[in-house]
Design a protein around this ligand. Structure first.
Ligand SMILES: [Zn+2]
Length: 171
């Protein structure tokens, strides 16, 4: 059995800015009005014979949409983003803990962005593909503690109508 939640109809959306470093078109700061589709396969179980409660799925996805909404998405493991590191070799989430600004170069371009305007993501890219994986991991963490009969979680991150990346996490 499979349940499907349509992001555009169920209001699982966020609007964010991002950059795909060095890409000739997407290398400039730009934004998308994203929406997130979800498909979950599994056995029916529990008191109501649900695969999973639609409300739990929507709560999870909506919360993660909210975290990204109206921010610029910065993937900290991108090799083309050179953070001003003052000697640090490894950039990780801790590196940004006490910083007020994200300061980095992408080739000859220099950026300084208030941290409150950004979301620091432990990803290589802020592409639809990587965001789909990111959402799949987060949603799995949220719903698997209660739901034991789920076999796959597929997330589609759409950068608008007609353009999205779909990742299926097999459990
Ligand atoms: Zn884009």
């Amino acid at each position: 059995m499979k349940i499907v939640v349509s992001g555009i109809n169920a209001n699982l959306r966020f609007s964010s800015a991002h950059i795909i470093p060095t890409h000739n078109f997407c290398g400039h700061i730009h934004g998308h009005s994203y929406f997130v589709d979800v498909e979950i396969e599994g056995e029916q179980s529990g008191d109501f014979d649900f695969v999973v409660d639609f409300g739990d799925v929507k709560d999870s996805v909506r919360e993660h949409c909210r975290e990204l909404d109206h921010r610029i998405l910065i993937p900290i493991f991108n090799k083309k983003i050179e953070f001003k590191s003052s000697g640090h070799k490894n950039i990780d989430l801790d590196f940004f803990k006490n910083k007020k600004y994200l300061e980095f170069n992408i080739q000859e371009k220099e950026y300084k962005i208030p941290k409150v305007d950004a979301v620091i993501l432990p990803l290589k890219h802020s592409s639809a593909e990587e965001l789909a994986k990111y959402f799949a991991e987060r949603v799995a963490e949220d719903i698997l503690s209660e739901e034991k009969h789920i076999s796959t979680i597929q997330i589609g991150v759409n950068e608008g109508i007609g353009q999205g990346a779909f990742f299926k996490k097999i459990l």
